[in-house]
Write a protein that binds this ligand. Structure first.
Ligand SMILES: C[S@@+](CC[C@H](N)C(=O)[O-])C[C@H]1O[C@@H](n2cnc3c(N)ncnc32)[C@H](O)[C@@H]1O
Length: 586
């Protein structure tokens, strides 16, 4: 959850200062008693504005499925502080004070990705039982996080259909199994799955200070992590470019540096607009693609403008694809061809505005984590808002101009069947190329969009209502029918594009905008080898009641049998691709 935050001038506190315990009720087994004990613990430890406490305008609710959230009980004005929490209550991925001073990391923990470090810490704290000062918080963590790692069956993973996400799910599973192995059995695989899914779905990211080498601090923040997400959402009809976007959140969090000698780091929650009684207090977890929501949070937000699709794994793949699609064999002499390819790489590189900032981050994270971040940065994406990666635009423009000038010199069009139509100008070419690639990706997914939408529209759960599937189905069914009446099959309309090229060339389609920003918070790879020192650390804390931490098998199986989440996820991917095809000849 990387929302808006204040810049930290000093390093964030570690978990060294321990919270105070609360009295006897904390031991009650029922979850409502656990919640009460947790709220009392928060009050006892200096949290201001604890839901349900004197002077607070908010309350904690528990839904039918056990999910919690915070609701407004009395009108709150824009800018008003809702809650204030001392950050000593946060559980961070940083080591205890003093450890960072060591010249060399001898434990190996530092070489683990942040999620493994934090998940390991959580499991160790649970092992401490009554001795752990965070026990009331640990007792209210969800027993099951409905993420693919903990709840998907093999069939559910196959139902994702979209290869990049299938690979990410495999990777998350490998990460958990690797952490388990490196811990030499100190905790079970189920416990690691649970702990990793908890940290991935509840962690706040803060910018790092000098003590962390600039790397961000990840924190589990009790109570604030009870707030649910509502980010930006598209309000315009499907396919409209650019889409109209509205913010759904009403609360923000900020870090406040200590004031005065007795001061301490605080996390403040405040209202970003007036909030009426009865409204849920909602944070934005950040401008993330559906990939992260699906993989780490176990839900897919409705109509997320920050969703995207990976068109190519990297720019090399994008250039290779272009050459095979648009350049007939032997069209350019080999030397000239090499020069053109080099020029395309160079222009893409010049567009890579995030490269320098990325290098700084990559230098501070564990090696294997850096590999995942690098792979993410290399992906060439198309966003739900119709934005194409700037590197692709630059490379394809260079390639288009070279091919067009060659054609002019030869005064001939490439023969049909040897290469796709280039287009009249580079902007039209870009639309055609993106549409062509989108059709390819759509064809690789086993079910058509309209079939998925029909399945989703038939779902009548509360969670699905926000997506308005019936309206989305109607809208896409009409748009696809109109398209196919004019151009033939949506997935096989290449030849029709040739026929309609004159009309399309003159149309003022959406100008492809550049976007080189990418999220970098993928799950991270631990080092491949077994880390004996990390294993030793975990073993030290392993206790006999470890299995109590993991959800019961039947609980996991129950959640795993629902398979609407992968269908929801893949439908949004297909909507981005379908929009690209529809727009290309609009
Ligand atoms: C930080 S926690 C929020 C509190 C959580 N509801 C609880 O009961 O502890 C994040 C989790 O809440 C749920 N969640 C948050 N926002 C949601 C949303 N807009 N739709 C569905 N589930 C959501 C997801 O299960 C997610 O993994």
């Amino acid at each position: 959850m990387t929302g808006a935050f204040g810049r930290c001038k000093r390093s964030l506190p570690t978990a060294a200062a321990e919270p105070k315990p609360v009295e006897a009720e904390a031991q009650q087994p029922e979850s409502s008693s656990n919640l009460q004990s947790f709220l009392q613990w928060a009050l006892a430890n200096g949290v201001e504005g604890v839901p349900g406490s004197d002077g607070s305008k908010t309350g904690l609710y528990t839904g039918e499925g056990g999910e919690r959230g915070v609701v407004c009980l009395q009108a709150i004005s824009k800018g008003e502080t809702i809650m204030r929490l001392p950050l000593r209550l946060a559980i961070t991925d940083q080591e205890e004070e003093g450890r960072e001073e060591q010249a060399e990391d001898t434990t190996g923990v530092e070489r683990q990705p942040w999620s493994v470090r934090l998940a390991g810490k959580l499991l160790q704290m649970l092992q401490q039982g009554d001795a752990c000062p965070w026990k009331p918080y640990l007792a209210v963590l969800p027993r099951v996080v409905p993420s693919p790692l903990t709840t998907y069956s093999w069939d559910d993973v196959q139902a994702i259909q979209y290869p990049p996400m299938r690979r990410q799910v495999d990777h998350a599973s490998w990460l958990a199994s690797s952490a388990c192995q490196q811990g030499n059995g100190a905790f079970t695989r189920e416990q690691w799955d649970w702990a990793l899914s908890v940290v991935h779905s509840r962690t706040f990211g803060a910018p790092g200070g000098s003590s962390t080498g600039g790397a961000g601090v990840r924190m589990l923040v009790p109570l604030v992590d009870m707030l649910n997400h509502a980010g930006d959402y598209i309000t315009s009809p499907p396919g409209q470019m650019p889409p109209l976007v509205q913010a759904g959140d009403c609360v923000r969090w900020d870090l406040k540096a200590p004031v005065g000698p007795e001061g301490e780091w605080l996390m403040d929650l405040s209202a970003t607009r007036d909030i009426a009684e009865g409204e849920e207090l909602l944070l934005s977890y950040g401008e993330r693609s559906n990939d992260e929501f699906h993989l780490h949070y176990g839900f897919v937000p409705a109509r997320n403008p920050h969703d995207d699709i990976t068109l190519f794994t990297d720019i090399e793949g994008a250039i290779d694809w272009w050459l095979s699609a648009y350049l007939p064999a032997g069209a350019l002499p080999p030397q000239r061809l090499q020069l053109v390819i080099n020029a395309a790489y160079n222009s893409a590189e010049q567009e890579d505005t995030s490269a320098q900032a990325a290098q700084a981050v990559l230098a501070t994270v564990p090696r294997a984590e850096a590999a995942v971040i690098r792979a993410e940065l290399e992906r060439i994406k198309l966003s739900a808002g119709g934005m194409v990666d700037g590197r692709l635009l630059a490379a394809y423009r260079t390639l288009f101009e070279a091919a067009a000038s060659q054609q002019q010199q030869q005064q001939e069009e490439p023969a049909a069947g040897t290469a796709a139509r280039l287009g009249r100008d580079w902007q039209q070419h870009m639309r055609l190329a993106v549409a062509r690639r989108s059709r390819e990706l759509l064809k690789e997914m086993p079910t058509p969009l309209l079939q998925d939408l029909e399945q989703l529209a038939a779902e009548d759960t509360e969670q699905q209502q926000a997506h308005c599937w019936a309206d989305v189905l109607k809208s896409y069914a009409a748009a696809v029918a109109a398209f196919e009446a004019e151009h033939g099959s949506l997935l096989d309309c290449e030849e029709n594009e040739r026929d309609t090229s004159a009309a399309a060339a003159g149309s003022a389609g959406p100008d492809a905008a550049t976007s080189s920003g990418s999220t970098i918070s993928e799950p991270a790879l631990p080092d491949a080898g077994v880390d004996a020192e990390f294993a030793r650390l975990l073993l030290q804390h392993a206790a006999s009641d470890a299995t109590a931490l993991a959800p019961a098998a039947e609980e996991r199986a129950g959640v795993g049998s629902s398979c609407i989440l992968p269908v929801t996820y893949r439908a949004y991917k297909k909507m981005i691709l379908t929009d690209a095809v529809l727009l290309c000849v609009a």
